[in-house]
Ligand binder design. Structure first.
Ligand code: OSB
Ligand code: MG
Length: 368
């Protein structure tokens, strides 16, 4: 399909709540969305880059620049038969996976629409309903955290993940486990610890957590291997996995036993599927991570989660947990902890154009 036109927008959005992790606090989120036009069809993509380079070196501004200066000039006016061909045209761009994924996912939507298929069918998915959990940020007190946990358990979420950081870890999680003895629980450190903090993880290891997510450095596999060797609890790798090759190396070395797949972190849906396939061949469970997405990104995550290896609850909780108003008309809501893929062709979403217009702070259009 020929890339005839691309429209890129930056939106200014505000989460319902402050989301605190070991690397900072977020509430006003700038978001890039993109529309690619071909043969009378439109494909939608959403960048998962955030304002500040705390999770990844990529930001809204780096995504904007790489899209307009590099990705779009290499693709506009070109004819691609498959997402793989599109990626080949971008192979000279080192890194910047989130920026690439913004266009790559939009191209998949376009292709699915041209094939008159739901996206999950085109990628080879096997189910349309997914159990989901929730990611709970760092709160003011242990009591406040327990109150949040109770609310989400009542709503039916299947697993609770708690953000931790040094000084907010073992004591918190002992209290949570005591309160909820049978609930599937996990923690996510977002790379806040060093191997010399092993005692913290020995403390957490006694609490029957499903996994400990990304305890050590964002680019590390070696120290994670050393930590995994002394823990019963599986380590789940997030920030450390940038490709299917990273997944292969991490699982081969036993640096972790579970992978959080965020499609944009690995360059898009094609590479996310490949990462999933590698994990599946190792018998390692994967789950779909989240980046506080709007409706385009949230829907894309739901399609990805249809692959057979996504055997653990993802972070794709209800859109209404995050936003007063979403940019799609679809209600991407978990019912009793189960999310459903939007029905329809492609991503199956419909944009709320007036709302998008009112949130837009910059816009650029590129034509062949
Ligand atoms: O590490 O999974 C993470 C949010 C922003 C950046 C990194 C992460 C997260 C989350 C929230 O945990 C996931 C979500 O609810 O979308
Ligand atoms: Mg994480």
């Amino acid at each position: 399909m020929k890339i005839e036109r691309i429209e890129v927008r930056e939106l200014l959005t505000k989460l319902k709540f402050k989301f605190q992790t070991s690397f900072g606090t977020e509430q006003e989120l700038r978001k890039i969305i993109l529309t690619v036009y071909s043969e009378g069809l439109e494909g939608y993509g959403e960048s998962t880059a955030h304002n500040f380079p705390g999770y990844s070196y990529e930001t809204v501004d780096t995504n904007w620049d790489i899209l307009r200066n590099d990705i779009i000039p290499l693709t506009i006016g070109k004819d691609f038969k498959t997402p793989a061909q599109l990626l080949t045209s971008l192979k000279g761009i080192r890194g910047h996976n989130m920026a690439v994924a913004t266009l790559e996912t939009a191209f998949w939507d376009l292709q699915a629409k041209a094939a008159n298929l739901p996206l999950w069918v085109l990628i080879g998915g096997e189910r349309t309903q997914h159990p989901v959990g929730i990611s709970i940020g760092i709160q003011k007190s242990i009591e406040a955290t327990i109150a949040q946990a109770e609310k989400y358990i009542d709503e039916g979420y299947k697993r609770l993940k708690f953000k931790i950081k040094p000084g907010w870890d073992v004591k918190l999680m002992r209290a949570i486990r005591k309160e909820f003895p049978d609930m599937p629980l996990t923690v996510d450190a977002n790379s806040a610890y060093k191997l010399t903090d092993a005692r913290v993880f020995e403390g957490l290891d006694e609490l029957g957590l499903d996994y400990i997510e990304q305890p050590l450095a964002y680019d590390d596999l070696i120290d994670h291997r050393k930590l995994q060797a002394i823990l019963k609890t599986p380590i789940c790798l997030d920030e450390s996995i940038h490709s299917a090759e990273d997944a292969r190396k991490g699982l081969e070395m036993d640096s972790g036993r579970v992978i959080n797949i965020k499609l944009a972190r690995v360059r898009g849906l094609l590479m996310a599927r490949r990462t999933h396939d590698v994990a599946y061949s190792f018998g390692a469970p994967v789950w779909c991570g989240g980046m506080l997405e709007l409706g385009i990104g949230r829907a894309t995550n739901l399609h990805l989660s249809s692959l057979k290896g996504f055997s653990l609850p993802g972070d794709t909780s209800s859109a209404s947990r995050y936003w007063h108003e979403d940019i799609v008309t679809n209600k991407l809501e978990a019912i009793n902890g189960i999310q459903s893929i939007p029905e329809g062709i492609g991503l199956g979403i419909e944009l709320r154009h007036d709302l998008i217009e009112s949130l837009t702070v910059r816009k650029e259009v590129f034509t062949a």
